[in-house]
Design a protein around this ligand. Structure first.
Ligand code: GLY
Length: 304
């Protein structure tokens, strides 16, 4: 019987000093919720879902309520969850009326022959499967209204393209190994500040923002989505673990590859079915938390 492992992240970006404590508290709470599932013999899939729900509910993070706003001042959310034992997956993209898009993703994984739903179709699927819809306004908080206004005003003053890839990637994610030896991954995001309506990032795309296969590894990425998508980075990392490389090394190499090949930035958590893990980011900060039955640790600063 393997010793369960839960590893989570709360997004890789230039987290401001005054938000460090909130990020560490947030990943701490998410770790506790996910671990409760694993500690009572629950599945890795349940653990990653519960951990991500806690971060979607926490306004600190760019997921669920409190997410960055798009160019039209709306929240548009993406999420994916994947089961490494069956390769079943569920994803939602560009949803505007779900407090917890990862719950809808999990319903798709469990109850649908399809893998991916977007926009109104995703919301309709969720409602038909017992997940209540909210108003988009319920997901918007004053901090983010101010942030968008400030960004758009600065961009107008400087007469520059309205795109914010370096300042806003607070995606959340989790990977877990359960006592049955199965691994799973989940990722959820509000995407980037001031994104174009309908823009889909990496987070909810299989192999880009999230991947899990018992035979390789479980990965959740965070960061500037477009470069991560171009490299299908989560699958790239899982495949490298399958060649025999240690997840610790692969996660670092994946972030080097992201930088060297497409000048991207972001972070990754990676875990294999033996409980070996990797944590890497090339952004100034990424909140993460790790728990096994013998060990618990947290971090936020880049080490090199
Ligand atoms: N990684 C989040 C996004 O780019 O949407």
């Amino acid at each position: 019987m393997p010793d369960p492992v839960l590893l989570i992240h709360g997004g890789a970006w230039s987290i401001p000093d005054d938000m460090v404590e909130a990020h560490l508290n947030g990943v701490h709470n998410a770790l506790a919720a996910g671990w409760r599932m694993l500690a009572r013999g629950g599945a890795a899939l349940d653990a990653v879902e519960e951990a991500v729900v806690i971060m979607e509910d926490d306004e600190t993070f760019d997921a669920g309520r409190g997410s960055f706003l798009n160019r039209d001042g709306k929240v548009q959310l993406d999420a994916l969850i994947m089961d490494g034992s069956t390769l079943r997956a569920g994803g939602v993209g560009c949803v505007e009326r779900l407090r917890n898009p990862v719950r809808a993703a999990r319903k798709i994984l469990s109850d649908s022959p399809h893998v991916y739903f977007v926009a109104e179709g995703a919301e309709r699927f969720a409602a038909e499967h017992g997940i209540p819809l909210c108003r988009n306004e319920d997901l918007i908080i004053p901090r983010e209204v101010e942030r968008l206004r400030g960004f758009q005003a600065r961009a107008a003053d400087a007469n520059v393209d309205l795109f914010a890839p370096t300042i806003s990637h607070d995606t959340v994610g989790a990977v877990a190994l359960d006592g049955s030896g199965n691994i799973s991954a989940a990722t959820s995001t509000g995407g980037t500040l001031n994104k174009a309506p309908g823009r889909l990032g990496d987070s909810s795309l299989i192999g880009c923002g999230c991947y899990a296969d018992n035979q390789t590894a479980a990965a959740s990425t965070t960061g500037w989505g477009e470069p991560i998508m171009k490299l299908v980075l989560a699958k790239w990392a899982a495949d490298h673990v399958a060649t025999g490389s240690l997840p610790e090394w692969v996660a670092a190499e994946a972030i080097n590859y992201l930088k060297d090949r497409v000048n991207g930035h972001g972070g990754m958590i990676l875990l294999d079915a033996l409980g070996r893990f990797g944590i890497a980011h090339n952004t100034p900060r990424m909140a993460w938390a790790l728990k096994t039955s013998k060990h618990e640790s947290y971090g936020i600063e880049r080490k090199n």
